[in-house]
Design a protein around this ligand. Structure first.
Ligand SMILES: *Cc1c(COP(=O)(O)O)cnc(C)c1O
Length: 366
């Protein structure tokens, strides 16, 4: 069934909407939303937009969620030209559906696109895609505590060509996945394995881009972390400075209340970290964005000068770091309460329990 497309004003794409005739019934959906976990349940529809050298962005569609058909020679399958984003939609108590600072994700998507030699998606198209998905799948935004609809925009090279050069055809997709807490069992301190053998990124590389290859590179060290009984892995740069975890930024809290976080071209500039630091600055905390070495971290903890370490990112929001484990040592981390308190303030804003004085929320269902 095809509905007439909506909104063909300038700057807006005219999406062709095809409803999923096999969509979940309200009862089936309610069952799936009871305990969705993370990343395994998907909504009934997805958004896709094509790009070609000749036509630019074209054929914007909302269609039933389902497998994508690709030529076996599609460039992404061979040379990994792929980028993605991760964001969330929140259900407020009045029923409204909101997302958090989506223009930040849209801009980062385009920074990632430039690094991977991919076409940029105009910010208004990125935002419109979110509205289009919510227009058909808004009922999939759960209303339980700590629940969200995780939104995953991504783009990949689909041109069938085995030569090595930027592809001439791309596809942008947006899918939605209802989610409970990222770490099963709720917020509890995580143990971190220090990877000394492997790097996830290097100077001049793609560390600042949200691209699948960085995650592929982090899987083996992540497995090493698991072998050592750790939940997550932390990476250092070639100079011995702390970078980040596989998918989360790190922040250290000093005794005098100063927050220190790595400044580097090789890490992903997180929206969660920037937001948390802004909330902390408004509370009067000093913020330092600078290199911090492993030595400074370990010595700081030993001397009582670092009183807390936490990780942050959209999926898990803020997670305290309970221990740092490396080859031949374990540093138990002091457990402060600042990270948890900032997490609460941030999620209160996101879920509409506290006033959004900074204009961070965007309503998606109106
Ligand atoms: C997405 C991501 C983060 C967190 O970024 P947010 O914008 O806060 O979600 C941190 N590190 C890496 C490697 C990431 O991919």
């Amino acid at each position: 069934m095809t509905d007439p497309s909506s909104g063909a004003e300038p700057g807006r794409l005219a999406f062709q909407v095809t409803k999923n005739l096999a969509a979940a019934s309200p009862a089936e959906r309610a069952k799936k939303l009871e305990d969705p976990g993370f990343g395994t349940v998907f909504t009934d529809h997805m958004v896709d937009i094509c790009w070609s050298e000749k036509g630019g962005w074209h054929r914007p569609r909302v269609q039933p969620y389902g497998p994508i058909s690709l030529d076996p020679a599609a460039a992404v399958l061979h040379y990994a030209q792929e980028i993605f984003e991760g964001m969330k939609a929140y259900r407020h108590s009045d029923g409204g559906i909101y997302t958090f600072r989506p223009e930040q994700n849209a801009r980062r998507f385009n920074r990632s696109a430039r690094r991977l030699s991919m076409p940029e998606l105009p910010e208004e198209h990125f935002l419109q895609a979110l509205h289009e998905l919510i227009a058909v799948d808004g009922a999939w935004v759960p209303s339980g505590a700590e629940q969200t609809l995780y939104l995953r925009p991504f783009m990949f090279a689909k041109e069938a060509f085995l030569g090595v050069r930027p592809a001439k055809k791309y596809a942008f997709y947006l899918i939605g996945s209802p989610a409970g807490s990222y770490f099963s069992g709720g917020v509890k301190p995580v143990s971190i394995w220090l990877s000394e053998k492997y790097a996830r990124a290097a100077e001049g590389g793609t560390g600042a881009a949200k691209t699948g290859g960085n995650y592929a590179a982090s899987l083996l060290p992540q497995a090493e972390a698991a072998e050592h009984g750790c939940d997550q892995v932390v990476f250092l740069d070639q100079r011995g400075n702390v970078e980040e975890l596989g998918g989360m930024n790190v922040v250290f809290v000093k005794k005098d209340g100063t927050l220190v976080t790595p400044a580097s071209e090789t890490i992903l500039d997180g929206v969660t970290r920037n937001s948390i630091l802004e909330l902390a600055a408004d509370r009067g905390h000093a913020i330092e964005r600078r290199p911090i070495s492993l030595q400074e971290w370990r010595d700081g903890v030993a001397a009582g000068d670092i009183v807390e370490a936490f990780a942050c990112g959209t999926a898990a929001v803020v997670t305290p770091i309970g221990a740092l484990r490396g080859d031949g040592f374990v540093d138990e981390q002091p457990t402060g309460s600042l990270g948890t308190s900032l997490r609460e303030e941030l999620t209160d804003i996101q879920y509409g329990r506290r006033e959004d004085t900074r204009g961070w929320l965007r309503r998606l269902d109106a």
